[in-house]
Ligand binder design. Sequence first.
Ligand code: C5P
Length: 219
Amino acid sequence: LTEKPLAGKTVLLTAGPTREAIDPVRYITNRSSGKMGYAIASAAQNMGAKVILVSGPVALEAPNGVERHLVESAKEMHAKTLSLADKADIFIATAAVADYSPANIADQKIKKSEDDLSLKLAYNPDILFDVSHQFPNLFSVGFAAETEHLVEHAKAKMQRKKLDMIVANHVGANKAFDKDTNQVEIIVKDGDHDKQISIPEMDKSELAFKIMNVIAENA
Ligand code: C5P
């Protein structure tokens, strides 16, 4: 193994949550901290890659030397990522993209009343699906957070989103989101039979290197 196995490669990543505006002062988001994505960006950088990170709002600094593009909504993340995809050799979608966003963003702060309020939500674009279908030469990697049937669901996702690799992790009470450790199963496309690699629970920064090593060996 060379010391910089990703020298000459460009890695594009999405990371963090997205923030979906309801009105000028309110939004919908999720508990993603961006830690896993930022750790992967940093590992890729250390392995010699040029790293481009498209990030939602997080409390993390960009790793040194990483080109970071900050975005808020899923639609912004989608547009920015697709505009950068032709520069990349490897695409890794770690972002916890909101699946829905308010169908209409109110121009003014919504005034409260004692009545119930309904928000109509519209389906957001799938960034990973669009990148892998529009840029078939990229080595595309997705994440699958599941509460049950981990490997089955991950494999189905891998096929539907046309991925070369998927990293599956159990989520639920006290697992993965906003934690410093993670335990994953990696599935790599290998002709007809996929390869499965189990990685025990470990620190996200150490796990990031394991994941990047599998990518470097297969991309
Ligand atoms: O379909 P699901 O959300 O479970 O898929 C998770 C994978 O797809 C992750 O890699 C995530 O970053 C990516 N994704 C995306 N755009 C979306 C939804 C998910 O890139 N709108």
